[in-house]
Design a protein around this ligand. Structure first.
Ligand SMILES: O=C(O)c1ccccc1NCC(=O)[C@H](O)[C@H](O)COP(=O)(O)O
Length: 212
């Protein structure tokens, strides 16, 4: 099966075009103001329009209010909600029902017990994104940190899932060989500086994922 690719934290048109040209499946827009990758609804509207029918638009939220999610959904015409905070299964289910969109729940992983938490989202989320746990006080994602991928070796799940955290073109083959992840998500691994996507790195990453 083809590995799906999400390029997260897109803020510029050239990065979006690079993701589309490289046949990435998802473009992630970060609606979390403390992030260097954050977009406001006006910027997101421009990106969302450009992406329409060319790549799926994923909106990333961290314990956001319904009003803010609603504004982003409308502005960027989001296809997917990604919840990257402390959202419970009940909250994830409620947001999916309210906005009528698939919900991806990111789970921070430091050990096996974190992966086992995915089961609680079985009826509440459409996909679980396993990401590295970040230090207290740091951003909850986009830090270029990886966890022990062997924790996902042989992982079988009733829920769709993906792998994030510290992945780049040089280690994605290892990540896929170790985990068999059906989806990979990258942010800082395709940047020249925090928040600055590099179209060349986006292309190289997608080539590395799709290499036979
Ligand atoms: O990317 C951010 O700035 C961010 C901020 C707050 C919450 C989540 C964030 N990113 C989530 C993602 O989906 C990233 O792609 C994922 O954490 C992997 O990041 P990286 O290790 O830099 O590839």
């Amino acid at each position: 099966m083809t590995t799906r690719i999400k390029i997260c934290g897109i803020r510029e048109g050239d990065a979006l075009e690079a993701a589309i040209a490289a046949h990435a499946d998802y473009a992630g827009f970060v609606f979390y103001p403390p992030s260097p990758r954050a977009v406001n609804p006006r910027e997101a509207a421009v990106l969302g329009e450009r992406a329409l029918g060319r790549i799926q638009r994923v909106g990333l939220f961290v314990d956001a209010r319904d009003e803010d999610i609603g504004e982003a959904v409308e502005a960027a015409r989001l296809d997917v909600l990604q919840l990257h905070g402390q959202e419970t299964p009940a909250r994830a289910a409620a947001l999916g029902a309210r906005f009528g969109l698939p919900v991806w729940k990111a789970l921070p992983v430091a050990g096996l017990s974190d992966i086992q938490l995915a089961a609680a989202y079985r009826d509440a989320a459409d996909l679980i994104l396993f990401d590295a746990k970040t230090p207290k006080g740091a951003l909850p994602g986009g830090m270029g940190l990886r966890f022990d991928w062997s924790l996902l070796s042989g992982y079988v799940s009733p829920l769709a899932w993906g792998l994030a955290g510290g992945i780049g073109r040089d280690n994605v083959a290892e990540a896929l060989a170790m985990t068999g992840a059906p989806l990979v998500d990258v942010s800082s691994g395709v940047e020249s500086a925090p928040g600055i996507k590099d179209p060349t790195l986006i292309a190289a990453f997608c080539r590395a994922v799709r290499a036979p």
